[in-house]
Design a protein around this ligand. Structure first.
Ligand SMILES: Cc1cc2nc3c(=O)[nH]c(=O)nc-3n(C[C@H](O)[C@H](O)[C@H](O)COP(=O)(O)OP(=O)(O)OC[C@H]3O[C@@H](n4cnc5c(N)ncnc54)[C@H](O)[C@@H]3O)c2cc1C
Length: 474
């Protein structure tokens, strides 16, 4: 393999946002670092490409970035100097309902409360204290397993959010609008909504909508990866692509190897170096449902029945709490929902650089059983027609990726699981094992979203894993 040196302080396998963040953390500590990426381009879950027609730039995986603008690690990096610009839609999220209206999650907590009708006061009562506590809580993300700097605030926050979405909906809300909004937010957990801690995902996404927003990356999500790589290069870090790592034996010497892979791949590429007990622990790690992903090139903007949906970057399609809960239960029971909960983004309404003049793109997915080869195009487009009649007539071209095919695109997407493993209560706190970033072998670390704080483009898994390696080895 064409490595420029025989020896590095650190090698990172995989150039997803966490791999690049691990490499940056090493390079900032003046360590020589090489990132080895299997695919032909960098970025893992933060890439964009012309998936449909020339001039239409689609986000291949992630599209909307609450966790990135929240991330205390990303916030301190000079990513703007390396070409990254966030584009904030007028509203983070719309949730259309069958009566032709839409519940809007606005940047302003007060404006959001006002469109929740009878639950306006209850929304304020739930979200105001959480949002006020957030600045004290988020500092814990920098060292998630040490004593929080505000233990009482952290305990109160934890007791409120570490619940199931159905429990929060039942106890805090009376009306369908607030419950439906919560269901859509909590479904980002890819857990049944009756399961703890599905509410945590929903409430934290709501808090970030009110504090930092849910932006797109101007020009496409590839620009996040390019900015991380640009900063890494400025620190002297190296990257090579098109080089899948099959075994650690093929790598140059390094004191630390940080693996931006999930436990199943770690077993394959580093298994012989790991203890039998640790291998068993990795083997027990559980993956969640997959996704079926669609991208469309569109002739015009989406013709929403509820016109206010056009103010939102993200739209949740699934109707009521009960309907979304049923759809999320289905995929855990091996079923394909006939009316799936659909997460959609419409970046070109806010960023004209991604499509030819007057034309648009849309990005959407729904959850399906892990490993599913079922094409959900018809079910997803029926949900589109339900809330935006005439949508199908605008389609110039579509790209479809079923769950089973996602893994061949990015080996971290096991069976189409986009979260790097199920985020149930056990794997939410301790992932993938009690050792978190460390393994049973000296010098080998995991730095992917299969470690805390889990899925999303925020770089914290990589940053924290590299800090563990620096502490242990350098
Ligand atoms: C369809 C979809 C939609 C999503 N939507 C959002 C969203 O809107 N917002 C959000 O914040 N998050 C979203 N996510 C999740 C987000 O993309 C991931 O949580 C994030 O990318 C995880 O980063 P990572 O670095 O841990 O892994 P990845 O981004 O998966 O990167 C892993 C990299 O390692 C490489 N690799 C793996 N094995 C090897 C090997 N053996 N040798 C060499 N290279 C290897 C892969 O090719 C890949 O480039 C979405 C994901 C998907 C798939």
């Amino acid at each position: 393999m064409p490595f420029s040196r025989k020896e590095y302080d650190a090698i990172v396998i995989g150039s997803g946002p966490n791999g690049l963040s691990a490499a940056i953390t090493m390079a900032e500590a003046r360590r020589s670092v090489l990132v080895i990426e299997g695919y032909e381009t960098i970025g893992g879950g933060a890439r964009s490409a012309e998936l449909t027609l020339p001039g239409f730039v689609h986000d291949v995986c992630s599209s909307v970035y609450p966790m990135a603008v929240w991330s205390p690690f990303f916030r301190r990096l000079p990513l703007a100097q390396h070409g990254l610009e966030w584009v904030h839609p007028a509203a983070p999220l719309a949730h259309p309902l069958d009566d032709g209206s839409a519940v809007m999650l606005e940047r302003s907590l007060e404006a959001t409360a006002q469109n929740l009708g009878e639950d306006a006061g209850r929304y304020r009562g739930l979200m105001n204290p959480l949002t006020a506590a957030w600045p004290r809580i988020e500092s814990s993300a920098q060292s998630p397993f040490s004593m929080p700097s505000h233990p009482f605030a952290a305990a109160r926050f934890g007791l409120t959010v570490l619940r199931s979405a159905s429990s929060v909906a039942r106890h805090h809300f009376r009306g369908e609008r607030a419950r439906a909004l919560l269901a859509g937010l909590a479904a980002h957990s890819v857990l049944p909504l009756e399961r703890v801690p599905s509410a945590a995902f929903g409430l934290v996404l709501g808090i970030i909508a009110h504090t930092q927003g849910w932006p797109f990356a101007r020009g496409g999500s590839q620009n996040i990866s390019n900015a991380l790589a640009g900063y890494l290069a400025s620190l002297g870090g190296e990257i090579i692509t098109s080089t899948p790592v099959e075994s650690l034996e093929q790598l140059p010497r390094a004191r630390a190897v940080l693996c931006d892979v999930t436990p199943r791949q770690l077993l394959r590429i580093a298994g012989s170096r790991l203890s039998a007990g640790f291998r068993r622990a990795l083997d027990r790690y559980r993956y969640g449902p997959g996704v079926c992903k669609l991208d469309w090139a569109l002739d015009r903007p989406i013709p929403w029945k509820a016109a206010e949906c056009a103010r939102a970057g993200t739209v949740h399609l699934g109707g009521t709490f009960a309907e979304i809960a049923a759809s999320e239960r289905d995929c855990w029971q091996g079923k394909h929902s006939e009316r799936p909960f659909v997460l959609l983004s419409q970046p070109t309404l806010f960023d004209k650089t991604r499509s030819p003049a007057g034309k648009h793109t849309a990005w959407a997915y729904c959850h399906v059983p892990n490993g599913s080869a079922v094409d959900m195009t018809d079910a997803i487009e029926k949900q589109m027609e339900r809330f935006a009649p005439g949508f199908r007539r605008l389609i110039l071209k579509r790209s479809v990726r079923v769950a089973a095919s996602l893994e061949s695109y990015n080996p971290n997407l096991i069976g189409g699981d986009i979260g790097g493993g199920a985020a149930d209560l056990r794997q939410f706190l301790l992932r993938p094992t009690r050792r978190l970033y460390r393994t049973s072998a000296k010098g080998i670390y995991l730095c992917s979203s299969s470690t805390p704080p889990g899925p999303g483009v925020h770089g914290l898994c990589g940053n924290l894993a590299a800090r563990a390696a620096l502490e242990d080895l350098f």
